[in-house]
Design a protein around this ligand. Structure first.
Ligand SMILES: Cc1cc2nc3c(=O)[nH]c(=O)nc-3n(C[C@H](O)[C@H](O)[C@H](O)COP(=O)(O)OP(=O)(O)OC[C@H]3O[C@@H](n4cnc5c(N)ncnc54)[C@H](O)[C@@H]3O)c2cc1C
Length: 188
């Protein structure tokens, strides 16, 4: 064991060596602490990639950590992409750093699908909410995934058309969530 006198006597290089050694010992004995540091560093980098569109604020971590299933787990961060390029940036970064990504519409799912796994980033699609094209001739629509089912229904009504899947949650669930949960395919 080193006494204080010995510690003061060692050179700065040795001192940093000792500090580093201490940090390594703490991380090896308590891997959870290492994981917290590692995740925080990765999320900081993610925020730099998408400034103003990423959050690790406690209130966001709380609000995006559950869906209507009642299951709950905190995400490492929440990202709100505004367009496809933002999604690409997130996915490339997540892939390179082995970070799980969980897409999320409105969180009304009852199967826990949008509840994050350990260290996961929530990719919230709510800002990607544009109806891009309604093709009356081919009876198809091109929409971003965050469009609310009810908004699409109302827009289609103006064209005397309708979108068959109409869950009770239509006014707050998204088309992305509808597709992922296969609404209108297996019955509702
Ligand atoms: C009051 C209430 C009434 C409901 N009524 C019905 C009903 O009548 N019929 C019915 O079938 N369901 C119903 N539901 C369940 C729920 O509304 C549907 O499952 C809905 O489709 C989920 O949409 P969401 O946007 O909330 O998706 P979320 O809950 O956010 O996500 C659901 C799943 O989809 C994935 N996901 C979401 N967006 C995307 C995306 N862009 N790309 C890839 N994956 C994505 C998520 O990762 C998750 O796995 C109801 C729920 C509530 C709370």
């Amino acid at each position: 064991m080193l006494s204080n006198t010995t510690f003061i006597g060692v050179s700065w290089v040795n001192r940093w060596g000792l500090i580093l050694q201490g940090v390594v010992i703490v991380f090896v004995r308590h891997p959870a602490i290492f994981l917290i540091f590692w995740t925080a560093m990765k999320m900081d980098k993610l925020s730099e990639l998408l400034p103003g569109k990423t959050s690790t604020d406690p209130e966001d971590i709380l609000c995006y950590g559950f869906d209507a299933s009642g299951l709950e787990a905190p995400p490492a961060a929440v990202v709100w992409p505004h367009d496809t390029l933002d999604v690409i940036k997130v996915m490339k970064y997540a892939y390179a750093n082995a970070i799980p990504v969980i897409p999320r519409g409105a969180g009304t799912g009852m199967t826990g699908g949008s509840v994050p796994s350990q260290g996961a980033v929530i990719l919230s699609m709510e800002k990607m909410n544009r109806i891009i094209e309604i093709d009356e001739e081919n009876l198809t629509v091109l929409v971003e995934p965050g469009v609310l089912n009810g908004k699409l229904q109302r827009e289609l009504e103006r064209h005397k058309l309708f979108y068959p899947p109409d869950p009770a949650s239509m006014n707050f669930c998204t088309i992305g969530g509808n597709v992922a949960e296969m609404q209108g395919v297996q019955g509702q």
